[in-house]
Design a binder for this molecule. Structure first.
Ligand SMILES: NC(=O)c1ccc[n+]([C@@H]2O[C@H](COP(=O)([O-])OP(=O)(O)OC[C@H]3O[C@@H](n4cnc5c(N)ncnc54)[C@H](OP(=O)(O)O)[C@@H]3O)[C@@H](O)[C@H]2O)c1
Length: 329
């Protein structure tokens, strides 16, 4: 089988497609013939050696995919050859096949296309746990999603809306991103590119919420945007630190937390996957059910062959993805 192989950490363009032995399932694993794999921002960090977990070299990147089970380990129950499943892995989905723990496979609805199964993986799981577990979202909350045109951002917008937020605001830079955020379901967009964002973000959020502010902020952006967002929060607001797409890790000043009774919390989704797979399984079925009900719709911008992985990752890094990119092995 063919797979993208990273032999040294470095720029994504130095990885190559190589012929590799077909995997065999261990006792509690299945082998999935991947038909779609999701391109995610953390894939770049993993390939460059800048991610919190460094896979052993050589490895194939890729955290989410979908395909057909082609082999089942002797201790696996509940999965059969021919089943359509979405998979979520620490790495390894930029390949024609993956051997993966059976508990990281999620049965897909019969009518779900493989690119959708892949795209409803990492970013929707991340958004769900950020909103529901870390931020304890309740129906009626106002939610500000930063980077609302990106992967985690657009998933957070859709889920916040589907789960009963009264108002979902999308923080974006530029008109093209604002259009994507509105397409994901934002009630209004907040301009993150303005001068004096420190005051301006708060003013925009107050104007959009009748002075209330944001009960919840989902923050995959970081940098100076985080502090500006803290100033836009409502009493007892909850900000979830998800990532640092702006490149800088913010320092949070504790006086903001004290003055408004604000909570800042972090989210590392892979910990949920590894520590509580049953919870992740049940959340994935909830996400699939919301898709079946027409409440979620991943914004797939392009589908490329696996051989174009470097182009896909460059588009994502340069802000030219304009939605999800799916690779087809
Ligand atoms: N904690 C977890 O478990 C977890 C899970 C998944 C992802 N993440 C992290 O979350 C972050 C986002 O991932 P993603 O997949 O959503 O990436 P993405 O699809 O590239 O989206 C990032 C978004 O942030 C925007 N952005 C970047 N810099 C900005 C700035 N300075 N000001 C305003 N907006 C800015 C981007 O806009 P442009 O497109 O215009 O640049 C884009 O909308 C990454 O750091 C990733 O590693 C964490």
């Amino acid at each position: 089988m063919k797979a993208v192989l990273v032999r040294d950490f470095g720029p994504v363009g130095q990885a190559r497609i190589e012929e590799c032995p077909s995997p065999r399932p261990a006792a509690q694993e299945v082998v999935v013939d991947l038909r779609a794999t999701e391109v995610n921002y953390p894939d770049i960090l993993v390939m460059e050696g800048k991610y919190q977990i460094k896979p052993p070299l050589p490895f194939s990147p890729g955290k989410a995919g979908a395909g057909v089970i082609s082999a089942v380990g002797p201790d696996v129950s509940g999965h059969s050859v021919g089943d359509h499943v979405a998979v979520q892995s620490e790495y390894g989905t930029y390949a024609e096949q993956i051997a993966i723990s059976a508990e990281s496979c999620h049965p897909m609805p019969d009518d779900m296309p493989f690119p959708v199964g892949a795209a409803l993986g990492l970013v929707y799981q991340t958004a769900y746990f950020a909103l529901i577990d870390r931020a304890a979202m309740k129906p009626g909350d106002t939610v500000l999603v930063l980077g609302a045109s990106g992967g985690v951002g657009s998933a957070s917008v859709q889920l916040a809306r589907a789960l009963g937020a009264s108002c979902v605001l999308g923080g974006v830079k530029g008109e093209q991103n604002a259009e994507l955020a509105r397409a994901a379901g934002c009630d209004a967009t907040i301009d993150l590119g303005m001068e004096n964002l420190r005051d301006g973000l708060r003013d925009q959020v107050r104007a959009a919420t009748n002075g209330h502010g944001a009960d919840i902020v989902i923050d995959p952006v970081g940098g100076s945007v985080t502090e500006a967002a803290l100033r836009a929060m409502a009493w007892r607001g909850r900000l979830v630190v998800v990532g640092f797409a702006a490149g800088d890790i913010p320092t949070i000043r504790a006086n903001y937390l004290l003055v408004k009774n604000i909570a800042v919390t972090g989210l590392q989704w892979s910990d949920y996957r590894d520590r509580d797979p049953a919870w992740v399984q049940s959340v994935q079925q909830d996400i699939f059910a919301l898709w079946s009900d027409g409440k979620l719709s991943p914004q797939i911008a392009d589908t490329l062959p696996l051989s174009e992985f470097a182009e896909a990752l460059k588009r994502l890094k340069d802000g030219r993805a304009h939605g999800k990119i799916i690779l087809e092995p």
